[in-house]
Design a protein around this ligand. Structure first.
Ligand SMILES: *[C@@H]1O[C@H](CO)[C@@H](O)[C@H](O)[C@H]1NC(C)=O
Length: 152
């Protein structure tokens, strides 16, 4: 599958250790819950976003608002948003500025601790990665984004 190959390649660039796990994971996905198909294949640089700590906080706040608004306010939304913020900052501090790499990192990091969120979350790790990428594309001022209906 073409999309799968692209995603694996990007994952290898972003995080070689998780790439293998992720490749195995996506092979085990049933078509019904294949979140990888929802991932936009596009390259958007976040070079224009310079303060990683602040941008990470803004993004976390947006993720929390999105989840609280779509579902109900919950502590797990804050925890998942914090995880995404950490992933964002780690990626940016290690020199990654492609939104796709950051999407992968956010989703992989959430997924590797999913037992902490599973009981309360209405969404999965990939929904959050996708929202974060939409948010970041919007935040970077890029208008070519097939964004979620609403960015918070
Ligand atoms: C970002 O999202 C807001 C709210 O959805 C929208 O009004 C704005 O036009 C978007 N900006 C870009 C550059 O797409």
């Amino acid at each position: 599958m073409k999309v799968f190959t692209m995603i694996s390649w990007v994952a290898i660039v972003c995080n070689p250790v998780n790439a293998l796990i992720n490749a195995r994971l996506s092979m085990s996905l049933k078509p019904h819950d294949a979140p990888l198909q929802a991932i936009p294949v596009q390259t958007v640089s976040l070079e224009s976003l310079e303060n990683h700590e602040d941008e990470g906080s803004y993004m976390a706040e947006s993720i929390r608002k999105w989840l609280d608004d779509e579902w109900i306010p919950q502590d797990v939304h804050i925890k998942m948003a914090e995880s995404a913020k950490k992933s964002y900052i780690a990626c940016r501090e290690s020199g990654q500025d492609d939104v796709m790499d950051i999407l992968m990192a956010i989703s992989n990091d959430l997924e590797s601790n999913w037992q902490e969120y599973d009981a309360d979350s209405f969404v999965n790790a990939w929904d959050i990665g996708n929202y974060a990428s939409d948010y970041l594309i919007n935040r970077s001022g890029n208008e070519g984004c097939e964004c979620s209906a609403k960015i918070y």
